[in-house]
Design a protein around this ligand. Structure first.
Ligand SMILES: [Zn+2]
Length: 440
């Protein structure tokens, strides 16, 4: 199987599906539309004013109780995992999932209706290569409840899953490579299952208004209650694999790796997706060119100073090396012993203050936002810095590469960036910086 030159895919035409939503019990219709290259999967709430869209990515994860909920601002979409599993496994990278409710139709509790929908719409190749995450080193996530997810290097996307209910009832194991063919045949038909002891509390929490034996299997003691007999002797572990495929799709990339899952659940699946996305961002920050070119791609000191009002000794950007698309920038700052802060931080032991690294991130992010807004009449104000970490000291003589990536923007008002400072191929500091735009 090819691991490199795979292309992105979207659906060939719009196709629709309707049914009942699990949690609210409302009638909902879903339309799957083609989308352009690099669009990713976005949910569109056709029932709300302005028809907001929500990116199906891990940054937008809101809740993992029983099902996976994503949202932006006050807008939510619940139970996205089955439709995402089908899209991801059936090779759809780019699509708009338009709905007139806050949840896709539950169908029979499996991913089969979505696989059928995708086949109805057709899947077509696009001109750009697909984004793939190759697992290089083992990663893992575990919880106090006995859940363990390990991600290992592998040339294909493989899942080995052990599922076990209360008191280890219905312990099942299955290991398989996930391709569109195996997913359609072995995984997509596997239905949601619930344990009877869990059902009553769920109903009290109003979480399963549309629930019935038509869209879920209920397990009571050793008995399996469902309208139609089990589709596979090990249907439960198959559904667990289905949920893993759907939740990991929130990482936004095809995975080349082997997921070994013990008693998986949405919370752990989502945590693994988050770890994967974080590792991907870290890698992107590390792969910038480390020669320092002059020319068209970047901005020299004079050009930087035309945009930023900062001046020596507070200008923390020597040069912009380049932009990648609309949402990434790499800049460089040579740290010399002449920096005034070294005199006091600390005498005889010069170390660059962490806050100056954050200042450098903010200045570089501002340069990116300037490019984004394409206007000089509005200015981005630094609002907050979250998840700031200082990992290694920076010394005189170091060349610091500063990377900023736009992770979210809301209209003309707000932008969020993930920033890294890198010295000698190691991340020395990182943070998430938020900006708001105001008229000058
Ligand atoms: Zn599920």
């Amino acid at each position: 199987m090819s691991t490199s030159l795979e292309l992105q895919h979207t659906v060939g035409k719009t196709a629709s599906l309707s049914g009942t939503s699990l949690h609210t019990g409302e009638e909902v219709s879903l339309r799957l539309h083609p989308a352009t290259v690099d669009h990713g999967i976005k949910f569109k709430r056709k029932d709300l004013p302005d028809e907001p869209t929500i990116d199906a990515r891990i940054d937008n994860l809101k809740m993992v109780e029983r099902a996976t909920t994503i949202g932006e601002g006050s807008v939510r979409v619940h139970t996205v995992e089955h439709v995402l599993a089908a899209l991801s496994a059936m090779d759809v990278d780019n699509a708009i999932v338009e709905m007139d409710a806050n949840e896709p139709p539950i169908g029979d509790g499996s991913a089969q209706p979505y696989v059928d929908l995708i086949k109805k719409a057709g899947v077509i190749a696009q001109e750009e290569p697909r984004k793939v995450f190759h697992v290089r080193e083992p990663m893992h996530v575990e919880s106090k409840t006995g859940t363990l997810l390990v991600l290992l290097p592998c040339e294909t996307f493989r899942i080995s899953c052990t599922q076990a209910g209360p008191n280890n009832r219905f312990a099942q194991f299955l290991s398989m490579e996930i391709t569109s063919a195996t997913f359609e045949r072995e995984i997509a038909p596997a239905r949601t299952f619930v344990y009877y002891e869990d059902v009553r509390p769920l109903m009290e929490k109003n979480l399963i208004k549309g629930g019935s034996l038509e869209n879920a299997i209920v397990v009571r003691g050793e008995a399996v209650l469902s309208k139609e007999p089990l589709r596979f002797a090990d249907e439960f572990v198959r559904h667990k694999i289905l949920d893993i495929v759907g939740d990991l799709a929130l990482a936004g990339r095809r995975i080349r790796g082997h997921v070994v899952a013990v008693k998986p659940g949405h919370a752990a699946n989502a945590e693994l997706a988050r770890a994967l996305a974080r590792e991907q961002t870290r890698r992107s920050a590390m792969t910038g060119s480390h020669a320092i070119p002059i020319g068209d791609a970047g901005l020299d000191t004079g050009e930087v100073m035309k945009i930023l009002p900062h001046r020596y000794p507070f200008l923390m950007v020597d040069r912009v090396i380049g932009f990648e698309g609309e949402d990434k920038i790499t800049a460089v700052k040579c740290i010399t012993i002449n920096e005034p802060f070294f005199q006091g931080h600390f005498p005889g032991h010069p170390v660059m203050p962490g806050v100056m690294q954050v200042e450098a991130m903010a200045q570089v992010a501002s340069l990116l936002l300037f490019k984004l807004t394409k206007t000089t009449s509005r200015i981005g104000y630094f609002m907050s810095a979250d998840s700031v970490k200082f990992r290694k000291p920076v010394f005189p003589g170091d060349t610091m590469f500063i990377h900023a990536e736009l992770t979210r923007s809301r209209g003309e008002r707000m932008a969020k960036t993930k920033c890294y400072c890198v010295v000698n191929d190691a991340v020395v500091s990182e943070g998430e910086l938020m900006f708001t735009f105001l008229d000058k």
